[in-house]
Design a protein around this ligand. Structure first.
Ligand SMILES: Cc1cc2nc3c(=O)[nH]c(=O)nc-3n(C[C@H](O)[C@H](O)[C@H](O)COP(=O)(O)OP(=O)(O)OC[C@H]3O[C@@H](n4cnc5c(N)ncnc54)[C@H](O)[C@@H]3O)c2cc1C
Length: 323
């Protein structure tokens, strides 16, 4: 019986492990992909302490630190979580069972893909699921952003600081983002929109993206097709949170399937905590810094929760003495 099992070995789970070790919690980290989404980031420019760092390097450092503090990290996938009298029973893909008094779910988000030809081949070679945050990262580039909600609009604005041209390609007939992003977009002459449109193919020269094919629905549902020369394709059509594991426990989720938490980051089920991108967007900005922050907070909440389990006797006796 562990004090805590952390499901997920991205920045949120690894930070939770570092804090759990420092707090003396007997714990285990179970992660499908060690390092999580972070290892897909070619260069991270906004993680404090590093002017610039490759995502795999940052992951290696976090893993090394978690192990040095005493964390045990297993590569496996949790397929089922159920409640038992003393806490939780976890079953994994490798047919293992583990028991813990508490759990932290840090399973992140799986990015939605367009599923069009060329997408996989050119991922990291012009096809991106996250824009960099530096003001000058896309100097001189011609980019398209696929999507029409806040993430797509924000990416267009971010990339539009430095790119020569940004086209938002959206299948709807108007952006469904906050007004503030619409304002930023309308104020930047380098950003335009292509509505009722979708990308049907991404092409390149083998090394990098050079062109995309766009289908646009015209009047009477006729579809026209055209090719656009581009350097960058940002796919911002949302993500699927890794929250399904907690459905059988009755954990409350927001309409997007992200885990709802109270102001203390606690879920509605005692002993179940969450960290990182899987948390409702009210509390997370889907960045490494926010994942790390919530991982630390979740581990310290687990510590307080476990201490409170043994506290009633102490509280009782002190109250009796005071009386
Ligand atoms: C290409 C790219 C570039 C990015 N660039 C930046 C950047 O420059 N700066 C920045 O701050 N952020 C960046 N991000 C975002 C950042 O990587 C994420 O916000 C962050 O990794 C979220 O951390 P997390 O720990 O919540 O989840 P994740 O990193 O997604 O980790 C989730 C973990 O849970 C595991 N998991 C899922 N389901 C299960 C299961 N059933 N059982 C066991 N394990 C499971 C996964 O394998 C993984 O280990 C980028 C993301 C991408 C994809």
């Amino acid at each position: 019986m562990y004090d805590l099992i952390i499901i997920g070995a991205g920045p949120a789970g690894l930070t939770a492990s570092i804090y759990a070790s420092c707090l003396g919690l007997k714990h285990l980290v179970i992660g499908k992909v060690i390092g999580g989404q972070m290892i897909l980031a070619p260069d991270i420019l906004n993680y404090p302490g590093y002017d610039e760092i490759n995502g795999q390097d940052l992951s290696n450092r976090m893993v090394q630190q978690a192990k040095k503090r005493g964390g045990v990290i297993l590569t496996d996938s949790v397929i089922n979580v159920s409640q038992i009298e003393e806490g939780f029973l976890l079953k994994t893909e490798q047919n293992q069972e583990y028991q813990a008094k508490t759990i932290i779910l840090a399973t992140g988000v799986e990015r939605r893909k367009l599923n069009v030809p060329g997408e996989n081949e050119y991922t990291g070679k012009g096809v991106e699921y996250h824009a960099k945050w530096g003001r000058f990262d896309y100097l001189g580039k011609v980019a398209v952003v696929v999507g029409g909600a806040n993430a797509a609009a924000q990416t267009a604005v971010q990339v539009g600081h430095s790119a020569n041209k940004v086209t938002i390609i959206y299948r709807g007939s108007d952006l469904r983002c906050d007004e503030v992003w619409k304002k930023h977009i309308s104020e930047n002459p380098k950003i335009d929109e292509l509505y009722n449109s979708s990308v049907s193919e991404i092409k390149g020269d083998g090394q990098k993206v050079t062109e995309i094919t766009v289908l646009t629905k015209a009047v009477q549902n006729q579809t026209t097709s055209k090719n656009l020369a581009v350097d960058k394709v940002f796919i911002e059509i949302g993500g699927v949170p890794g929250s399904a594991l907690l459905i059988p426990l009755g954990v409350t989720m927001d309409p997007g399937g992200f885990i709802a938490i109270d102001e203390k980051l606690a879920t509605n089920v005692p002993g179940v905590y969450v960290a990182g991108d899987v948390i409702s967007h009210r509390y997370s900005i889907e960045q490494i810094t926010s994942a790390v922050g919530s991982g630390a907070r979740a581990a310290s909440l687990v510590f307080s929760f476990l201490k409170q389990q043994t506290a009633p006797t102490l509280w009782g006796s002190s109250q009796i003495r005071r009386g």
